[in-house]
Design a protein around this ligand. Structure first.
Ligand code: ZN
Ligand code: MN
Length: 129
């Protein structure tokens, strides 16, 4: 299957490009619809597999918000997210990681804290209108 390899790499590149082109934190299904515009013959399973691979490589991240469907983020850096309780969209929060929080938690429970995940929720500006 030597000849199959470049195509797989190309698919992966397209998936990565498409994910990085949006700020919407799409689910695998949503990204699949988007990628299909460029690669009509790609399967959902292939998109899943490549998303897992890209996540393992640290090129993208998988985020879990609202405990529902996993979403993907083309920005692999640690950052906070906020979810609109009305329309369900997930936005980035432009705020530095709160380092002091790790220290407080460490003091409280005696753990050496490696990191944290925080999920914010609210009503987005569009839904507030
Ligand atoms: Zn909203
Ligand atoms: Mn994000």
């Amino acid at each position: 299957m030597k000849h199959g390899k470049p195509r797989i790499t190309h698919q992966r590149e397209v998936i990565l490009e498409e994910l990085k082109s949006v700020r919407t934190h799409p689910s695998a299904d949503e990204l699949y619809d988007q990628v299909r515009q460029r690669l009509p013959r790609i399967s959902l399973a292939t998109v899943y597999r490549n998303l897992e691979f890209l996540t393992d490589q640290g090129l993208v991240q998988k985020i879990e918000v609202g405990g529902r469907q996993k979403r993907f983020d083309g920005n692999p850096e640690e950052h906070y997210h906020i979810r609109c309780l009305d329309c369900g969209k997930v936005d980035d929060v432009d705020l530095d990681r709160i380092q002091s929080l790790d220290k407080s938690i460490s003091r409280t429970c005696g753990y050496k804290v490696i990191g944290h995940r925080l999920e914010f929720m609210g009503i987005c500006p569009e839904c507030s209108k």
